[in-house]
Structure formats: structure tokens, C-alpha cells
Design a protein around this ligand. Structure first.
Ligand code: FAD
Length: 276
């Protein structure tokens, strides 16, 4: 199948891009195209205009400082994954990115595009939600910061306005003495996961995030739960779905197994970092 006809513009400035978006109610932003172009080709989306943001200067930054990591809208997954500074400041971003698709897709796909695409089966929306990060959006009325807790409102649906462009995503740094873990099960490495779990352990606080389990990336507080009960405690807050890839029962079992594993891994990292 071929995409339905559309108008294509490649603005040279953010203001022009916002104007192009505002000027056509059927317009969509094109970033890496690794999710949007397949949707166009299958005619699951038929925007009247594509606003290609790849010509905008200054949106490809990856800045890792003491407080956290800021990733620009045109930073590719591959560049974020390759950054030693990102891995040092917030290792969960790097751990999870290693599971995003295949190298060719990571070379082109953007981390911010993946977040605002808001796929509950994708790694980075869950990581942003678990770390309580945020997205900075530019729109006709100026800029605003959208907390991850308010960003994911439904399957493939973010709370960004139609005429806004996400210019960056912010991931807070991992506190000293804290640890993270991430694991997922996919049929083949690089495929979307049947279930994925991330964990952050910081002192007595234990939190876990789930992808491919519910309709939106979901975070559960597991502080104070005995290790043997972690999976069942998480399942009390989750409603694993059934689809052609896995039954709900199988997903629930993956939640039990992976939750125990990632919390253990996060505790080990926390102990190692505390001893350094
Ligand atoms: P695009 O495809 O360009 O855009 C996606 C959507 O986000 C569009 O609606 C677009 O309008 C919007 N958008 C993008 N950027 C912005 C912005 N800055 N502001 C506002 N709106 C914006 N992803 C995973 O997480 N895990 C996987 O395992 C995985 N496997 C994949 C396997 C295959 C075979 C393919 C083709 C893709 C896979 N992906 C996977 C998706 C990949 O990570 C994409 O790169 C990512 O989802 C979207 O990023 P993009 O830059 O390509 O966005």
C-alpha cells in the first residue's frame, strides 16, 4: 500500500514549523518517521500535511548534567544510547534504549518522537513516567512543561496539543546510592516487548514501571513489599491485556518474574553505587 496524498513542508525555524502546523488542522509532525511512515503506508493515518522538523537547528542536543538528562527532539535513539554521560547520569535511559527496535531504526528514530507517540508497548514512555520526567512543548502560545504523569492519556494518545511541537524531554538523574533495573521479554530481540519492567530503588522506596501490560505506561509503588510478594503486589494495580502476541495470564506471569528480577538488579546497583 502507498500513503494517501499529503502536503509536505520542511521549515527552517521553529516559528515557521509552528505556523505550518497551526495552518492545517490535519497536519502532523514528522521526526524520525519510524512510527509515522509505517502508519501512513498502511493508511492507518492520513494527515493532510507533514511538517518535517528535521531541518530545525538546535534540537539534536543530548545534555547530561548533575541534575538530569535533557534530550532534544532530533536526538536519535542511537546517539542517546551511545552517550556515556547519559549512562552515568541516568542509567535507566541507556538500559531501556538498548531494547528499542533494531540499529537501523535507532539510527533514525528519535527518543522524543517515541515518547510523544505514547505507545504503551514502547520503552521510553514508561521510563519517562517511572523517573517522573517531563516534556517541554512549544506551541502558538509559547512553551510549557508537561509532567510525564500528565502526558500519557490513552493508547497512542498524549496530552500534547495538535499544534504543539515537543522540543525536548527531561529525565532526572539517578540519586547517589539509588539503583535501577530493566528487563523485557520479546519474541526476538528488538521487537516490541510482550512485557517490560523497569525499577528504581532509592533507600526504602521501590517503584516499578510496566510496558506492554496496560493501555498506558503504568507505575506501581512497591515500597515495603516483601521480595517474595513483589509480583503479586504489582499485579494488584495492573490489568494485563490479552492480544495475538500473548494471553493475559502469560503477561501476568511475566510481570511476576520480571518484577522480582528488576527489583533485585536495582538493589544490587544501589548497593554497588553506595559502596563507591
Ligand atoms: P515519527 O515516526 O516521526 O513520529 C511518531 C509520532 O510522534 C507522530 O504522530 C508524530 O507526529 C509525533 N511526533 C514525533 N516527534 C514529535 C515532536 N517532536 N513533537 C510533536 N509530535 C511529534 N519503538 C520502541 O519503543 N520499541 C521497539 O521495540 C520498537 N520497535 C520498532 C520496530 C520497527 C520495525 C519499527 C519500524 C519501529 C519500532 N519502534 C520501536 C518505533 C521507533 O522507536 C520510533 O523511532 C519511535 O516510536 C518514533 O520516533 P520517530 O522519531 O521515528 O517519530
Amino acid at each position: 500500500m502507498k500513503p494517501a496524498p499529503f502536503d509536505y513542508v520542511r521549515p527552517g525555524s521553529l516559528d515557521d514549523a509552528l505556523e505550518a502546523l497551526a495552518g492545517d488542522s490535519g497536519a502532523k509532525v514528522l521526526a524520525g518517521g519510524q512510527s509515522l511512515v509505517p502508519l501512513l503506508s498502511m493508511r492507518l493515518a492520513a494527515p493532510s500535511r507533514l511538517v518535517d522538523i528535521n531541518g530545525l537547528a538546535g534540537l539534536d542536543g543530548i545534555d547530561a548534567a548533575a541534575g538530569g538528562v535533557r534530550i532534544g527532539a532530533l536526538a536519535r535513539h542511537a546517539d542517546v544510547l551511545a552517550s556515556p554521560d547519559v549512562r552515568r547520569v541516568q542509567p535507566l535511559v541507556s538500559l531501556a534504549l538498548a531494547h528499542v527496535a533494531h540499529p537501523t531504526i535507532r539510527n533514525r528514530g528519535t527518543t522524543v518522537g517515541s515518547i510523544v507517540h505514547a505507545d504503551a508497548a514502547a520503552e521510553m514512555p514508561m521510563v519517562l513516567r517511572l523517573l517522573e520526567g517531563s516534556v517541554e512543548a512549544a506551541g502558538p502560545g509559547g512553551r510549557r512543561t508537561v509532567a510525564a504523569g500528565e502526558l500519557f492519556v490513552g493508547p497512542l494518545e498524549s496530552s500534547l496539543h495538535r499544534d504543539e511541537i515537543a522540543v525536548s524531554a527531561w529525565f532526572p538523574s539517578l540519586p547517589a546510592g539509588a539503583g535501577v533495573g530493566f528487563e523485557e521479554i520479546a519474541r526476538r530481540h528488538g521487537d516490541y516487548a510482550l512485557c517490560g519492567v523497569g525499577a528504581v530503588v532509592d533507600g526504602d522506596t521501590v517503584r516499578a514501571g510496566y510496558l506492554s501490560v496496560c493501555d498506558v505506561p503504568t507505575v506501581v509503588d512497591l515500597s515495603g513489599v516483601a521480595d517474595a510478594d513483589l509480583g503479586d503486589a504489582a499485579l494488584a494495580h495492573l490489568d494485563p491485556g490479552d492480544d495475538i502476541h500473548a494471553s493475559a495470564d502469560y503477561r501476568a506471569e511475566l510481570v511476576r518474574v520480571l518484577t522480582a528480577r528488576v527489583v533485585a538488579a536495582a538493589r544490587t546497583m544501589a548497593q554497588t553505587r553506595a559502596a563507591q
